[in-house]
Design a protein around this ligand. Structure first.
Ligand SMILES: NC(=O)c1ccc[n+]([C@@H]2O[C@H](COP(=O)([O-])OP(=O)(O)OC[C@H]3O[C@@H](n4cnc5c(N)ncnc54)[C@H](OP(=O)(O)O)[C@@H]3O)[C@@H](O)[C@H]2O)c1
Length: 264
């Protein structure tokens, strides 16, 4: 257990509900392993109380920053003083730095986390052909992150095709060098296949994309953390693909969060 003193930098994770939050515990372990004098706790904030909570946090001098989770990721944006490029692209913020002058800077680190998890698993994104299922919150962040990391080609498939089209257009506009389109794509012609949907969390969920055509040398990567081996990863592994589970994204986000608040 971290020894918390008056010198300890304090962080929170704001959500409603908070019972499921494990990021605070992982961040505490991350800080303890690196001998960083910081401690994190979930903070249960109802939507109607968010403006008051944010106003209070900016006045507290030993608060280094805070994570933001459901349902606050979009609502927090107008309450901040500045938002980074990734947060603006995604349209949602999930981590905020409290600056010494009381200003608050937020950004979205989901995509950095996902790309960081791939890199930690020695996956090369630059030049890759990526097939992504999903265009929700995590999907938006990951699509921009794949293009930013130099993917050559990105196909986005989503149950609601309008969201995939809108996302593909936004990514194309921001990163013209990545050929981005919406559609079902061809699993046989991809190097990295990504599930960014919530499919796989519940038993009996459909697969996020057909896996029977995935090439043996492809990488299959996942956002879902529980179960650790989703049916998508199991099916891809059975075809001889390398797999990267959802926990890799979370672990890489710990580094990105400490970087953002200056506690790396
Ligand atoms: N590993 C990590 O660190 C990490 C971080 C963030 C999120 N996540 C996980 O990522 C997943 C998605 O989260 P999110 O915040 O992006 O959620 P979200 O914004 O609600 O998006 C959900 C996505 O899943 C699709 N989807 C949901 N049910 C479906 C179904 N029955 N059939 C086909 N598609 C379906 C949605 O399609 P429509 O657009 O058609 O609704 C959308 O693309 C969750 O499992 C979450 O726990 C993991």
């Amino acid at each position: 257990m971290t020894r918390i003193t008056g010198k300890t930098r304090i962080l929170f994770i704001l959500g409603d509900p908070v019972a499921h939050i494990i990021g605070s515990s992982l961040l505490n372990e991350h800080f303890a392993e690196r001998s960083i004098d910081a401690a994190v706790s979930p903070l249960h904030v109802a939507p109607g109380d968010l403006p008051r909570a944010i106003d209070m946090l900016r006045r507290l001098h030993n608060v280094a920053g805070f994570g933001v989770t459901i349902p606050h990721k979009i609502a927090v944006i107008p309450l901040l003083d500045s938002v980074g490029e990734r947060g603006r692209q995604v349209g949602a913020v999930n981590f905020v730095r409290c600056n010494p002058d009381g200003t608050l800077h937020g950004d979205n680190i989901d995509g950095l986390g996902f790309a960081g998890g791939l890199v930690a698993a020695s996956v090369t994104i630059r030049g890759a052909r990526v097939l992504q299922a999903g265009a929700g919150g995590a999907g938006r962040a990951i699509a921009f992150a794949m293009a930013e990391a130099g993917a050559a080609d990105l196909t986005i498939a989503n149950r609601s095709p309008d969201k995939a089209r809108e996302l593909a257009e936004a990514v194309s506009h921001a990163y013209p060098s990545c050929r981005t389109r919406a559609g079902n794509g061809d699993p046989a012609a991809c190097d990295i296949a990504i599930n960014t949907t919530s499919l796989g969390m519940k038993s009996g969920d459909a697969l996020p994309m057909p896996t029977d055509q995935l090439p043996e040398g492809a990488v299959a990567a996942e956002v879902v953390m529980t179960p650790e081996v989703t049916p998508f990863l199991a099916a891809a592994a059975a075809r001889g693909c390398r797999t990267v589970g959802g926990k890799a994204m979370l672990l890489a986000q710990l580094r990105a969060a400490s970087d953002l608040v200056g506690l790396a």
